[in-house]
Write a protein that binds this ligand. Structure first.
Ligand code: NAD
Length: 346
């Protein structure tokens, strides 16, 4: 990326946050101190995400943790002349320091998919990683908002919830599965098909974060467009298979990293704005929910000073979306149960 592009990205991030800051009536000088920790910061997602969080003026301290490689990533990112102080932490014995005082913890630690693998195939490795990281979060920053990127999100979020419950610190308002990439994809694909300005597009995506559990609600997409049933089916399928499209194109070199870092940064920014009291911060996220019979479900949520302030219902669905909703429930339920069982067994 050319330096001018970095500068425009940095100022775009700064401008969007400044607008929210101004709406809250405090100046950029009085932005609250906020520490963000990235766990898995030296990975494909982690490095780009660390860069994007360094560009976010709402962050005052940025802790970059991984089991390897963080001194280099932290040294590199720390030279960028933005607000936050950056520190790198490596290995188990530095995890406590990385976490202490964190307001938001972002978890992209774990292995990514290779062609032919489903997100569920990652379960055994990533479930263990998430479990140990969440045990440390419970100990060192139990009040942080935890944003889970590690797959399979449909199971890793329930695992985190169980770990926090066992430690006596579970607050359902503070745990989020990051499904923002599904929203990002749905917006991009819809804008292309409907020939509308992508910057103005909104598409809620509900359910979970794997295959058919990803349910984009194109009937609620704005700006409205007259798309055929066939178009909607194709857009739905492409959104559900977006991750696989990238995994196959990368041909064994991992899964989505750049678009995921962007999505993770958008979601973390929403958490920071919510914590800072910016009103009406709404994003889709996979959270503890009672809008369906499933204990975890992705839908629009309002994020505020305590985390999730409101979980919104699904709104009116088309017949096609109603069918999709019923079809996803058994798979999502079994992924949730698998996570809960793992957390309680091992
Ligand atoms: P990667 O292999 O490039 O990076 C993962 C990083 O995690 C590595 O640096 C590794 O050292 C680190 N790590 C492993 N164990 C750790 C531990 N115990 N503590 C801290 N760090 C640890 O993988 P990636 O492409 O960055 O993907 C990371 C995860 O994100 C995968 O699980 C992937 O499936 C998931 N993902 C999620 C979404 C989503 O939409 N939620 C999208 C894409 C990828």
């Amino acid at each position: 990326m050319r330096p001018s592009m970095f500068r425009s990205l940095q100022s775009a991030v700064a401008r969007s946050s400044s607008a929210h800051i101004a709406r809250r009536g405090y100046s950029a000088d009085s932005v609250p101190e906020r520490k963000v920790a990235v766990l898995g910061a030296a990975g494909g997602i982690g490095q780009s995400l660390s860069l994007l969080m360094k560009l976010n003026p709402l962050v005052s301290k940025l802790a970059l943790y991984d089991i390897a490689g963080t001194p280099g990533v932290a040294a590199d990112v720390s030279h960028i002349n933005t607000r936050s102080e950056v520190a790198g932490y490596m290995g188990d014995d530095q995890l406590a320091k990385a976490l202490e005082g964190s307001d938001v913890v972002i978890i992209p630690a774990g292995v990514p998919r290779k062609p032919g693998m489903t997100r569920d195939d990652l379960f055994n490795i990533n479930a263990g990683i998430v479990k140990s990281l969440c045990s440390a979060i419970a100990k060192y920053c139990p009040n942080a908002l935890v944003t889970m990127i590690s797959n399979p999100v449909n199971s890793t979020v329930p695992i985190a919830a169980e770990v926090f419950k066992k430690a006596g610190v579970y607050d359902e308002k503070r745990l989020f599965g990051v499904t923002t990439l599904d929203v990002v994809r749905a917006k991009t694909f819809y804008a292309g098909k409907a020939n509308v300005n992508v910057a103005e597009v909104n598409v809620p995506v509900v359910g979970g974060h794997a295959g058919i559990t990803i349910l984009p609600l194109f009937s609620q997409a704005t700006p409205k467009a007259n798309l055929s049933d066939e178009d909607i089916r194709a857009l739905t399928k492409r959104t559900q298979d977006g991750g696989t499209e990238v995994v196959e194109a990368k041909a064994g070199k991992g899964s989505a990293t750049l678009s995921m870092a962007y999505a993770g940064a958008i979601f973390a920014d929403a958490c920071l704005k919510g914590l800072n009291g910016v009103p009406d911060v709404v994003e889709c996220s996979y959270v503890q929910s009672n809008i369906t019979e499933l204990p975890f479900f992705a839908s629009k949520v309002r994020i505020g000073k305590n985390g999730v302030e409101e979980v919104f219902g699904l709104g009116p669905l088309s017949e096609y979306e109603k069918e999709g909703l019923e079809a996803l429930k058994p798979e999502l339920r079994s992924s949730i149960e698998k996570g809960i069982q793992f957390a309680n067994q091992s």
